[in-house]
Design a protein. Structure first.
Ligand code: HEC
Length: 113
């Protein structure tokens, strides 16, 4: 009996991982096609001419990104570029692209060394 439970559990975990990887891939495609012009595909906003006004997204908290994008979409936050961009995204797109940018790892250097 315990073997069946373990087999079902590992199948479930495997499937869950597959779906998570697929969401991450979809998020990367959105980042490449839409966001990268301003935020970079790796979330470092040093590509555009007006980059001082564009925030970095690398390693930002996933749920923070989701909330911000939903706020631009609902017009709770208004910005001439981001409101238009967020309007084009579905809720799934927002979740996937937030997963992408939040999953990029950075290293924090201790400035008190
Ligand atoms: C045309 C340039 C441009 C594009 C393309 C763009 N952004 Fe932005 N984004 C900005 C600017 C400028 C801001 C700062 C807006 C402000 O000051 O309110 C911003 C802000 C944001 C914020 C809020 C960050 C924070 O800490 O407040 C998020 C999240 C974000 N963008 C995600 C995205 C995603 C995801 C995409 C792609 C689907 C995208 N952006 C595409 C220019 C852009």
């Amino acid at each position: 009996m315990i073997n069946y439970i373990l087999i079902i559990l590992s199948f479930f975990l495997f499937f869950k991982q597959l779906v998570a990887d697929e969401d991450l891939d979809k998020g990367k495609v959105i980042a490449e096609n839409i966001c990268s012009v301003c935020h970079g595909v790796n979330g470092q906003a040093n590509t555009g001419g007006n980059s001082v006004l564009v925030p970095h997204l690398t390693a930002q908290n996933e749920f923070y990104l989701i909330e911000k994008l939903k706020d631009y979409k609902s017009k709770k936050l208004e910005h001439h570029q981001m409101s238009l961009i967020a309007d084009m995204l579905s809720v799934d797109d927002i979740k996937n692209v937030s997963k992408w940018y939040s999953s990029i790892k950075i290293e924090i250097e201790d400035i008190e060394k």
